[in-house]
Write a protein that binds this ligand. Structure first.
Ligand code: MN
Length: 708
């Protein structure tokens, strides 16, 4: 366990004039106050405030902050009073400890009500003195470091809160290393598998390319040395969470992200920074769009640096960060690097960040908590949208999330039964993009289930998955019920028996082990009328009068051809006689009885479904040139009634690599034939090619496509 002396040693390293007596006094007070308490790990409680204080020494914080860290849990958890702290340490430290106590018990994501108010308190507490927040972050960091002592469910809640609130706040204060450690510790709790995979990949990459990296570093150094500039250069380590985050956000693969090497060059002056950039860009090509000058325009958290990506030695992509050592200090320690947070003589107003000041102003105008979050525009969590339930619970969502995502995020059950919503009291469509601060009331209906089309509207994986799953089940059940009805009808009309004795045996005739699968396939039309009658016949339960008609017209229904462009797990069928091929404009209609029915956009039969446009699903084909399935299209040909005409047509079709699947003479006069030909083609362009080659034949008068 860390000792008080070790803490004081750490402080002395950066602050030789520290008030050891006062630190000692604070330690003794805290140790005494917590003396009968233990952490879940079994350690004496004082180890926690001691470690929090130690973390703060890494950021070289002043004595008041260190003392606040030592005392941060005393008011909440022990008999010590704020008055006593004030008497012994003065108003400044008492205020800091008070700030910590106030935000100490905020449950930003777990409590049902008053979350907006809690968030407001957090911002308020930290605006008084940003050191309150720094101690809070160090407190959270130590709790995350020791989170394994907690039960799994608690770990998850805390890790989620950390990654959604505290890590972005650390980033906002510019304390990069704190942010990264909070992210990594949370990531380990939330998705340790993913983290492990990324770590292993990073390790193998590092060992594979260690020579390459040192080579690049040498060559960069050589180039800079020529110009007699003092510098230091270091490789940059990538963190699993930031890689994961980028992969999720930009949907790119690990390979795409990890073949980039990063270096940081630290210099003595701003002038040197710009000279280096000139030298590097002269020697190697810069990748367009990657040059960012945060020196002339610092980031909102005061971060300064020049970023560029070059095509470096051996054409490797290299990310460079170029900055002065002062800038580097700010980049690592953020707000803690500023000395004037406590320099009240120089700065009569509170020293805060501009964004913090904007926030304060907003708060002072006395807006409601909900308005507050909506109006802050603080970009505190740039990649998240925060919305509220009517009870004030905060729901964090990705950008462009919709009320559907919101509903599923609140509870899967709410998502399942969602039929509409009110945003800020106004009835709104479910595809509305949610904005920060929106209050959403989800309207539910017990009997409703989310339609498949919602999957396209939803942004979160949670909602998409739930929608897909329920639709798969729903449609499978519907097919299954339909299939059972069809079989019952067949038994009634065509069979000599009242029921099939051994259904399992009957199903096995179709190569199926499950009765449910059998019904489902019947419902889908994959097992059709003729196939059922044939099975009846084999079992000798077919009504004799039917036997006659059977032999000739048994054919396998072509509906098992895979259609692309939407989730193939969803049962679907082409509308009867639709004869669409990939490339045709198509619509799906979600029919509550039979799943998705696919129509051509030109189909006259679409009208049958009325004008209920809501049930239309816009489908597209995913045309794959390597596709080997053929689709049936029908063309009608007017041709001259002369010897050899049909042979010429069929040869032209054959040469175009289309199959004639059926050919029907529609009418014949002394001069003309009219033919309907069904063709097996790969897709629309294949069909069009074939049509144009047939059209060129002198015997052909007219060719038209026939659709329903
Ligand atoms: Mn604590």
């Amino acid at each position: 366990m860390l000792t008080e002396n070790q803490l004081i040693d750490s402080i002395c390293e950066y602050n030789p004039s520290t008030n050891k007596v006062l630190i000692n006094k604070a330690f003794s007070l805290a140790e005494n106050a917590h003396q009968n308490q233990k952490r879940i790990s079994g350690d004496p409680y004082i180890s926690h405030p001691l470690e929090v204080a130690k973390i703060l020494t890494e950021y070289k914080l002043d004595d008041s902050t260190i003392i606040t860290a030592l005392l941060h849990d005393t008011i909440e958890d022990t008999d010590l009073t704020l008055g006593e702290v004030k008497k012994q340490f003065g108003a400044e430290i008492a205020d800091l400890v008070d700030g910590l106590t106030k935000i100490g018990k905020l449950n930003l994501f777990t409590k049902e009500a008053e979350q907006a108010e809690n968030f407001r308190k957090l911002i308020l507490a930290m605006s008084n003195d940003v050191r309150v927040l720094i101690v809070k972050l160090a407190d959270r960091l130590h709790n995350m470091r020791t989170i394994n002592y907690l039960p799994q469910d608690k770990r998850l809640v805390i890790a989620k809160e950390t990654i959604e609130i505290y890590a972005p706040l650390s980033g906002r204060l510019g304390i990069q290393s704190l942010k990264e450690e909070l992210e990594e510790l949370s990531f380990e709790v939330i998705n340790s598998k993913a983290r492990k995979v990324i770590l292993e990949k990073l390790h193998s990459l590092a060992s594979d390319s260690s020579e390459l990296i040192s080579g690049i570093q040498k060559e960069l150094s050589k180039e800079i040395l020529k110009h007699k500039i003092k510098f230091s250069i270091e490789g940059r380590e990538k963190k699993p969470y930031s890689i994961w985050h980028k992969m999720e956000r930009k949907s790119i693969s690990l390979e795409q992200l990890s073949d980039i090497y990063g270096f940081r060059i630290i210099l003595n002056s701003i002038d040197d920074c710009y000279r280096i950039i000139g030298i590097v860009h002269q020697k190697w090509n810069a990748i367009p769009g990657r040059f960012k000058d945060y020196i002339s325009t610092p980031k909102i958290n005061d971060y300064q640096s020049i970023h560029t990506t070059i095509l470096g030695p051996e054409n490797n992509r290299i990310e460079l960060q170029i900055r002065t050592s002062d800038m580097h200090d700010v980049a690592e320690r953020g707000v803690a690097a500023h000395r004037n947070y406590k320099d009240k003589s120089l700065d009569k107003e509170k020293h805060t960040y501009p964004w913090l000041e904007d926030l304060l102003e907003m708060l002072e105008q006395g807006e409601s908590s909900e308005d507050f979050l909506e109006n802050t525009k603080l970009e505190l969590f740039q990649d998240q949208v925060f919305c509220f339930t009517p009870k004030g619970r905060i729901i964090a969502l990705p950008p462009r999330a919709t009320p559907i995502d919101f509903a599923f995020e609140v509870h899967t059950d709410i998502g399942m039964k969602c039929i509409g919503c009110r945003i800020n009291g106004i009835n709104s469509p479910l595809y509305t993009e949610l904005l920060n601060g929106d209050e959403i009331q989800i309207i539910t209906d017990e009997k409703s289930l989310p339609p498949m089309a919602w999957e396209k509207i939803a942004m979160t994986g949670k909602a998409k998955l739930a929608i897909r799953r329920i639709n798969k089940e729903k449609i499978k059940n519907q097919y299954s019920e339909l299939g059972k009805e069809i079989l019952d009808k067949h038994i009634k009309v065509y069979a000599k028996v009242k029921k099939i004795d051994n259904m399992k045996d009957f199903c096995s005739r179709f190569g199926l082990n499950s009765i449910d699968d059998f019904y489902s396939k019947v419902g889908r039309g994959e097992i059709n009328h003729e196939m059922i009658l044939k099975a009846f016949s084999k079992l000798k339960i077919l009504d004799n009068s039917e036997e006659m008609n059977l032999e000739n017209d048994i054919q396998v229904n072509g509906l098992s051809i895979p259609v692309r462009g939407f989730d193939r797990n969803i049962p679907f069928r082409f509308a009867e006689d639709s004869r669409v091929v990939p490339g045709d404009k198509i619509f799906g209609i979600l029919d509550s009885d039979s799943g998705i029915i696919i129509y051509s956009k030109q189909s006259k039969n679409l009208n049958k479904h009325g004008k209920d446009v809501n049930s239309y699903i816009d489908l597209t084909w995913d045309i794959d040139n390597s596709l080997t399935e053929r689709f049936t299209a029908r063309i009608m040909i007017d041709c001259k009634n002369q010897v050899g005409a049909l042979a010429k047509i069929s040869r032209a079709i054959g040469l175009s690599n289309a199959n004639i699947e059926n050919l029907k003479l529609v009418s014949r006069s002394s001069d003309f034939y009219k033919l309907d030909i069904d063709l097996g083609v790969y897709n629309l362009s294949h069909l069009n090619l074939m049509i144009s080659s047939v059209r060129k034949l002198p015997v052909v008068h007219r060719v038209v496509r026939v659709m329903d």
